[in-house]
Ligand binder design. Sequence first.
Ligand code: HEC
Ligand SMILES: [Cu+2]
Length: 357
Amino acid sequence: MGSEQVKTSRESRIELFKMLGIGAVASVIGIIAGLAIDWFPIQASEEAKQIDSLWDLLLGVSVPVFVLVQAIVLYCVWKFRVRPGEEDKDGPPIHGDTKIEMIWTAIPAIILLVLCVYAYLVLEDIEGAKADTMDVRVVGEQFTWTFYYPGEDGKEIASKELYLPVNRSISFDVQTKDVLHDFWVPAFRMKIDAVPGTTQHVRATPTREGTYPVVCAELCGLGHAVMRQNARVVSGAAFETWLKEQPGKTNPGATAGNQGSAGQPAGLSGKELFTSVQPTCSSCHTLADAGSNSSTGPNLDDALEGKSEEYIRQGILEPDQQIAAGFSAGIMPPNYDETLKPEEVDALVKYLAKVTK
Ligand code: HEC
Ligand SMILES: [Cu+2]
């Protein structure tokens, strides 16, 4: 642009304003589109609001950086292309421009600094201790979550559903029994790895009653996709009532729930259990009678045909004792003997024996 033979400085200034104008219009369109898109699930926590505001600001700053630069590049490629007969011409020799270089270093530095400070303040606020916090221990394993609440006399109360009182700060202590998992409630926007051998901490304050998915966000094995449960945010009173109804846990030190599948409605039929115990059998197995057709585990219509109840019982309670041909150990959850009540196991065994005769 500094070339006298090609353009006067007035002409090149007009080109510059044209480019910036096109880039600015494109940026505004990009920001509006970015804000209009519904990126996230509903905001169900205090933290969600802060994180979404941070996201909106990041979007507002990064869209122009990308769109403006692209607009200028494309404009230059089109406007200043070599025309027929100009093949041997060369551009003016340019050896740098201190003023421009200082501007393009200073502006991004200032933008980054402002974003870092804002992100840090949000993080500080989200992670900071809050009054009246309730502790919930979260234990991941292939392929389920168990949630433990502090009960009376140091005993813990285990649940397969994450019941939470609304508008109360929750501090999650996240652990795993086996491999890496990642505790994530997208509606809360909070997420943390469960790392073997350590306890990770994350906070959230649910602000909206409702049911939201709890997801594992770390690929943890073949059953990873079925490692999904529910967070139920209820009123403080409803939470207290629910907690009182839960059976206490006798051995606080152990990590597994021994008092059966808390939160599971009692008296379900074998078929209902097959599709409702967490993680659901139907998410991995094909069984015509239950209408499931998943292939992570053996097709039970074939595998259990004519098999004894004892065989089926062992298949459920000690899955790694005999590995079905063509499948590997460590995929079928090993702890149904802990999470299912004996009568639930009986019902499942009887049901499977009957429908695969
Ligand atoms: C995460 C996936 C997954 C879930 C959930 C699951 N299974 Fe399995 N299951 C497997 C795999 C894989 C095998 C084969 C490997 C083995 O035998 O351990 C298997 C094996 C079995 C077998 C033995 C089959 C044979 O031929 O020996 C039975 C019986 C069985 N499952 C029943 C159930 C029941 C009942 C449930 C629910 C309470 C259930 N499974 C939940 C993956 C799963
Ligand atoms: Cu997982």
